[in-house]
Design a protein around this ligand. Sequence first.
Ligand SMILES: Nc1ncnc2c1ncn2[C@@H]1O[C@H](COP(=O)(O)OP(=O)(O)O)[C@@H](O)[C@H]1O
Ligand SMILES: [Mg+2]
Length: 223
Amino acid sequence: MSESVLSIRGLQRTFGSAHDVQVLEDLNLDLHPGERVAVMGASGSGKTTLLHLAAGMDTPDAGEVLIDGKTLSTLREPERSRFRARYIGLVFQDFNLIDSLTVRENIELPLWLNGLSHETDRIGELTDELGISALLERLPEKLSGGEKQRVAIARALVHRPALLLADEPTGSLDQNTADSVLKLFDRVTRQQNVTLLMVTHNDEAAALCDRTLHLRHGRLSES
Ligand SMILES: Nc1ncnc2c1ncn2[C@@H]1O[C@H](COP(=O)(O)OP(=O)(O)O)[C@@H](O)[C@H]1O
Ligand SMILES: [Mg+2]
């Protein structure tokens, strides 16, 4: 059996100075190469917390996250950042675009970080498909929420990551635009064997996944 792309063991995360707000509690998850998993759950159930921990951008109270068999927290900088930049594409719930960079520069960032600056064709393909190619020279402040979300999606895919983590990626989009984003996710996950962990409230987004998990009381379950 092939190794997991993402393996989460006994993950626990609390907040508050007394660690009294327990958000994740003994959470376990294994994603195999090319697997597509949707995570649903009430607002405040810890979905964003889970994605940040999966990306190694936050530290758990207990438990571990392995990506491609490596524990991110045991890698030292700059290896850790380099590994994350190469391996993961992340669509943040609040987009996290860099205000001082144009749309094109935001999307180019993962290419720069990975020494792939020559792959400019890839930007054209993605921005055409996402309907944002006319926005490339704009600054993020001149974009609508739905446009920002599509820029964040292009940035997450441009370097062909093995693992795509997406936090409500259709949350700011109208029906038609959401459909084209889901089609894009479907295609890249199939053609490039990308593993997808997607937080969503959208039944159509969940339907493109191989399984849907529910986050409740700090744990994931099948139903
Ligand atoms: N940095 C933080 N400090 C304190 N509490 C936090 C922090 N991040 C998240 N929380 C709390 O953790 C809970 C889960 O948040 P979040 O993961 O954003 O939920 P979801 O994405 O499912 O809506 C919420 O109650 C939120 O207030
Ligand atoms: Mg959230």
